[in-house]
Design a protein around this ligand. Structure first.
Ligand code: PMP
Length: 397
């Protein structure tokens, strides 16, 4: 019996679909600010120096291509856990964190979602309004009902913190709350440390389950500074989930390398959690890929390479900040003087406040590609395109 005639054409992915349209565009001044990728001054994806050196070391070893264990490379898991929680953390020392290597941050979220479904199939998932487009889709596909908590207030150009707390306070016990650790995607607005304390208190009092998604560690203020929020959850004595990605911070997008960390009250629970999480992995993709884990493991395990990596990441972070300033300056030169907020936002993105019509005009008339919701990846700007982008934004406003 034919079954494929029932298949309907799905809409293109809102972000990856843009890249397809960008590739098909033959205008020479085109700029892709749609996808969240950091590009260097030459407009190209960087190969980080530490990654290049680690690759050379691996190439010299002529390793055969065996399977990793279901949970990944043990030394990678240990190193990434120390990076996220701090090597001195009591939670690390007591063995109550389950860490598994995953296929990027998306893989970590999917494994977490599948595991959470096995614990409480009726729990609701709350994501920020707005959030990374894939959060809703991924948790919905995993079987959850997904709703939003208030986060961004367009009029105030900042966070609707009272609204956020109100929504968390109104959530039923057991509700899963997806939070962005730093460099909120898409808005670029993060909670202040005191606001995190209040959110954590509410999560604890209301019995909510926090899932902290950290795809941009190091792009806000620094590795340790951005990771500090995770320490706050540990200090509050909560059980919680952390999903991390090295796509951006090591520029290893295509290697699909990330991790899921589950913090349990004790080591015995952590062992049980691991046994269940392994089933979720086994039934999804069996075991993760080798190359990205091997590279990150070499870099984090070698003091010199690690310092080299941190310095280069710091350079990327500072360069994004200067690109923000140059864009604001360029906009001012073209008569737009009310977009200084771009300078205050953190991470790769700027939520520009432009309407869908303006974003479409940017694309059609100026070959500048951003998402319909007004998100632009400022990390893809450079000296050659920033003026064109500023002039184009001024023209559509
Ligand atoms: N979470 C957020 C908030 C993201 O922005 C991204 C990447 N765009 C991810 C998760 C997924 O990262 P990865 O590409 O490593 O799957």
């Amino acid at each position: 019996m034919p079954i494929l005639d029932r298949v309907e054409l799905a809409p293109a992915d809102p972000i990856l679909g843009l890249t397809e349209a960008f590739k098909a565009d033959d205008r020479t001044n085109k700029v892709n600010l749609g996808v969240g990728v950091y590009l260097g001054e030459d407009g190209k994806l960087p190969l980080m120096d530490a990654v290049r050196i680690a690759e050379e070391r691996l190439a010299g070893q002529a390793r055969p291509h065996g399977y990793l264990g279901i949970d990944g490379l043990p030394s990678y898991n240990q190193a990434t856990r120390a990076l996220v929680f701090g090597a001195e953390s009591e939670a690390v020392a007591s063995g109550r964190i389950t860490t598994v290597q995953t296929l990027g941050g998306t893989g970590a979220l999917k494994v977490a979602a599948d595991f959470l479904r096995t614990i409480d199939a009726d729990a609701k998932v709350l994501i920020s309004s707005p959030s990374w487009e894939n959060h809703r889709a991924l948790f919905t596909r995993a079987g959850f009902t997904v709703e939003e908590y208030r986060y961004y207030a367009p009029e105030a150009r900042g966070i609707d913190f009272d609204g956020m707390l109100e929504d968390l306070e109104a959530a039923a016990a057991g509700t899963i709350v997806v939070l962005h650790a730093c460099c909120h995607n898409p808005t670029g607005y993060d909670l202040a440390p005191e606001q995190w304390d209040q959110v954590i208190r509410t999560i604890s009092e209301r019995g909510l389950v926090a899932l902290v998604d950290m795809a941009y560690q190091g792009f806000g203020f620094g590795i340790e500074e951005d990771g500090a929020v995770i320490g706050k959850f540990v200090d509050a004595g909560l059980e919680f989930f952390v999903t991390t990605s090295f796509s951006k911070s090591f520029s290893l997008y295509g290697e699909r390398i990330g991790a899921l960390h589950v913090v349990s009250p004790d080591a015995d629970t952590a062992r049980k959690v691991l046994s269940q999480v392994k089933i979720c992995i086994r039934t999804n993709y069996s075991n993760p890929a080798t190359q990205g884990a091997a590279l990150v493991d070499i870099i984090l395990g070698d003091a010199e390479l690690r310092a080299n990596w941190e310095a280069e990441l710091g350079g990327m972070r500072e360069r994004i900040k200067s690109l923000r300033s140059r864009l604001v300056q360029g906009l001012q030169e073209h008569g737009v003087d009310d977009m200084g907020f771009i300078r205050e936002q953190l991470g790769m993105f700027s939520y520009s406040g432009l309407t869908k019509d303006q974003m479409v005009a940017l694309r059609n008339e100026h070959a500048v590609y951003g998402t319909d919701k007004g998100r632009m990846c400022v990390a893809a700007l450079n000296s050659n395109n920033v003026d064109h982008v500023a002039r184009a934004i001024a023209a559509v406003r």
